[in-house]
Design a protein around this ligand. Structure first.
Ligand SMILES: Cc1cc2nc3c(=O)[nH]c(=O)nc-3n(C[C@H](O)[C@H](O)[C@H](O)COP(=O)(O)OP(=O)(O)OC[C@H]3O[C@@H](n4cnc5c(N)ncnc54)[C@H](O)[C@@H]3O)c2cc1C
Length: 393
């Protein structure tokens, strides 16, 4: 015997839970199937445990997609203010950290508890530890089989997220389903992810592990001005995570270690003003001491600034303002916050999230080719796309 539901949602993450709540409000009989033992694990670990649940300024320009207009419809139907109102209704305390990023004061668990309560209010059934073995579509009805059970529904929502952090449940299930139904998936890349290096640049980064600065990083015309931190494997920090979404293997990135200052001019002025000062001491006026020394060691320019030639000063200023590096790669899905790419938006109706070719089949959240910048945008996409599907299932 199969158990019948109006809506079955695969994946109990941000998007799946939001969709379930909204479908439940429309009196739909909803089941969420989750293959791990816990729901909403990514919410729990997000924002350093405080969940950057949305961004005051979130709009379509904060997203990467083959069709950058695709997300507009969902955002117009469910905005960041709608989610903020929900958070306020639950009296969850939050604050703006910077750049419109809203974080819980207490813990990401507040958001999870809110979503669970909303699901309970709508009598949403959640089955954890449940692996789906097959999905068959026949006469607009979807039949799902697990090891021991059979489920049927007229609306099937794929909310299985991306590939990042497999140890807490990420899987390629959504892309497999797309493959089964002959739907296009764009190229997938780990994004919002640190860069790794090898050889001398790796040694340079390693020696500075833990040191952070405000930097500007650039690929073609895309620039992010935020923090950069050196790590034992390369570089990370908000500016690097942001630019990683624009990076393709074998391409370089340009890092400006002192974006507020053109060191070209400054070093020439300092050669006149303070000729007896070591170059590393001059650089220490703008950078952490350790980084200043590492730069002069790396460039073999450990001398008094008065003794430095124009070429030497140019070499230093270029290194600081136009540090062009070729990453070996990224830390990959093990640490990436998101997957860039996903189900091709051409396959999905942007105002319902339903698949154009198969009625009753929906894709929401990170599994779709809509990837946000760092700063609460990815959750906003999960809430908005989940909400929209919830109105249409
Ligand atoms: C460390 C980290 C920190 C982050 N911090 C933030 C932040 O502060 N702000 C922000 O906006 N974004 C953040 N993100 C990104 C954000 O977490 C995701 O974009 C968001 O969770 C995507 O929601 P989703 O519901 O689409 O997918 P997910 O939240 O990944 O949920 C998918 C669910 O599907 C389940 N699943 C997978 N395969 C199957 C299967 N075969 N059967 C059944 N269930 C399955 C998974 O176990 C999971 O529960 C962070 C990500 C990481 C990794």
């Amino acid at each position: 015997m199969s158990k019948k539901f109006d809506v079955i949602i695969i994946g109990a993450g941000a998007a799946g839970l939001m969709c379930a709540i909204e479908a439940g409000k429309r009196n739909k009989k909803v089941l969420i199937i989750e293959h791990t033992s816990k729901i909403a694990e990514k919410i729990r670990i997000s924002g350093g445990g405080r969940c950057n649940f949305t961004n005051i300024y979130s709009n379509y320009e904060n997203f990467l997609s083959n069709n950058k207009h695709f997300c507009k419809s969902a955002f117009s139907k469910y905005t960041q203010n709608d989610f903020i109102d929900l958070v306020k209704k639950y009296k969850i305390k939050f604050h703006e950290k910077k750049l419109g990023q809203l974080f819980c004061n207490n813990s990401a668990k507040d958001i999870i508890e809110m979503l669970i309560t909303e699901c309970e209010n709508q009598k949403v059934e959640i089955k954890i530890n449940t692996e789906i073995k097959s999905i068959i579509r026949k006469e607009n009805l979807y039949t799902l089989r697990t090891l021991y059970q059979k489920f049927e529904c007229s609306s099937l929502v794929i909310a299985t997220g991306g590939l990042s952090i497999p140890k807490i449940g990420a899987s390629d299930f959504g892309y497999q389903i797309a493959h089964q139904f002959n739907l296009k998936v764009t190229n997938l890349y780990p994004a919002l992810v640190p860069f790794t290096f090898k050889d001398d640049i790796l040694e340079f980064c390693k020696s500075l592990a833990g040191i952070s600065i405000e930097a500007s990083v650039k690929i073609n015309k895309t620039i992010f001005n935020e923090g950069l931190i050196f790590t034992h494997r390369g570089i990370s920090g908000p500016s690097i995570l942001q630019i990683s979404s624009y990076w393709k293997p074998e391409s370089t990135i340009e890092v400006n270690l002192i974006p507020q200052n053109s060191m070209d001019k400054t070093l020439i002025e300092r050669r006149i003003k303070t000729p007896r000062q070591n170059i590393s001491n001059v650089l220490s006026d703008f950078l952490p001491n350790k980084l200043a020394t590492a730069i002069t060691n790396f460039l073999n320019t450990n001398l008094k600034i008065g003794e430095a030639s124009n070429d030497t000063l140019k070499k230093i200023s270029n290194f600081i303002n136009y540090f062009t590096v070729l990453p070996t790669g990224t830390e990959g899905y093990k640490t990436a916050e998101v997957t860039l790419g996903g189900i091709d938006t051409n396959e999905i109706n942007s105002s319902t999230m339903e698949c154009k070719k198969y009625s009753g089949l929906y894709f929401i959240g990170e599994v779709v080719d809509v990837t946000g910048h760092l700063g609460g945008h990815n959750f906003q996409w999960a809430w908005s796309s989940g909400y929209v599907a919830g109105q249409n299932v």
